[in-house]
Design a protein around this ligand. Structure first.
Ligand code: F6P
Length: 327
């Protein structure tokens, strides 16, 4: 019979994402609502290994729903890759009686949780917190919407100056090896071309269309490139274009870590609150070692050992729309 969960720990791991604080708040307050003791584990799995664990009260999570980053801090922990490190982590939980964990992070963090829960009797629940939206089993991840909106705001500003100078801008957005941020922000800003790792880029087509636009004096062009694109990023794409079309004035903008920060959007706050609440419900109800997702606006639970990176399937409809609307 499964042991009743009475004390739970929450940690954030891997790259931070806006909305993590809203999720921590939801986990702490739902836990307290159920009469559980809740502990915050600092710096991801590192805090578990190094025994940096603090008791959380309802007031510990006051005034954080609107803040980016994570009050628990985050890290990528090497020690947790080793059995010895995980054993140390387990002992630190055990001595406090912590018998349930919520892990806020990406697929790498879920893999750590899966190994940990299979070695030791601590049920783990994952919450998908990453700006990359690259996890199968959920339509959205906590932080993606904010990151896309940050990118859209930045690209809109770039369009103003691109227009003033009649320039071509190649703009790089984050996403690791996934193209979702590029796809969504590119469509929303009316980019002429969107380069993503999941779709083969035919550079000659891009060059042909730029040449054709140059002839008819359409000189303002925005190309949004995902950092994981096959060309190796915006600078490389700009170099290829410059070689073939030397008359074009080209500038490169790499948006970088601004996409990871800032106050979460309403959508991310709602997502984080709903998912955080359900993470604790899972622990209480005995639905263990899954991560919490939302598919078609309904809760969806995927076993941690099935947590995989999601490969984008881009609908032909979207690509057609991008082409028609950017002429
Ligand atoms: O996974 C989130 C992410 O921001 C990716 O989009 C990016 O490739 C990576 O993390 C950057 O990591 P770091 O902050 O360690 O440079």
């Amino acid at each position: 019979m499964k042991q009743k969960v009475t004390k739970i720990g929450i940690l954030s791991s891997g790259g931070d994402s806006p909305g993590m604080n809203a999720a921590i708040r939801a986990v702490v307050r739902t836990g307290i609502h159920h009469g559980l003791e809740v502990f915050g584990i600092m710096r991801g799995y590192s805090g578990m290994v190094e025994d940096d664990i603090i008791k959380m009260e309802s007031r510990s999570v006051a005034n954080i729903i609107q803040r980016g980053g994570t009050i628990l801090k985050t890290a990528r922990c090497k020690d947790f890759f080793e059995y010895e490190g995980r054993k140390k982590a387990y002992n630190n939980l055990k001595k406090r009686g912590i018998n349930g964990l919520v892990i806020l992070g990406g697929d790498g963090s879920f893999r750590g949780a899966q190994i940990f829960s299979s070695e030791f009797d601590i049920p783990c629940i994952g919450l998908p917190g990453t700006i990359d939206k690259d996890i199968a089993g959920t339509d959205f991840t906590i932080g993606f919407d904010t990151a896309v909106n940050t990118a859209v705001e930045a690209i809109d500003k770039i369009r103003d100056t691109a227009d003033a100078h009649d320039r071509l801008f190649v703009i790089e957005v984050m996403g690791r090896d996934a193209g979702y941020i590029a796809l969504h922000s590119g469509i929303a800003t009316g980019a002429e071309n969107i380069l993503i790792p999941e779709r083969k880029t035919v550079m000659n087509d891009i060059l042909d269309s730029l040449e054709e636009k140059e002839k008819r004096q359409k000189l303002v062009n925005l190309i949004v490139v995902a950092e994981g694109d096959e060309f190796g990023g915006a600078q490389e794409v700009a170099n290829v274009i410059k070689k073939k079309l030397p008359n074009l004035e080209i500038r490169v903008a790499i948006l970088g870590h601004i996409q990871r920060g800032g106050s979460p959007t309403c959508m991310d706050r709602l997502l984080a609150s709903r998912m955080g609440y359900h993470a604790v419900e899972c622990l209480v109800e005995g639905k263990h070692n899954v991560f919490v997702g939302i598919v078609n606006n309904k809760m969806h639970y995927t076993p941690l050992n099935e947590a995989v990176k999601k490969k984008q399937v881009i609908s032909q409809e979207w690509m057609k729309i991008v082409k028609i609307l950017s002429t």
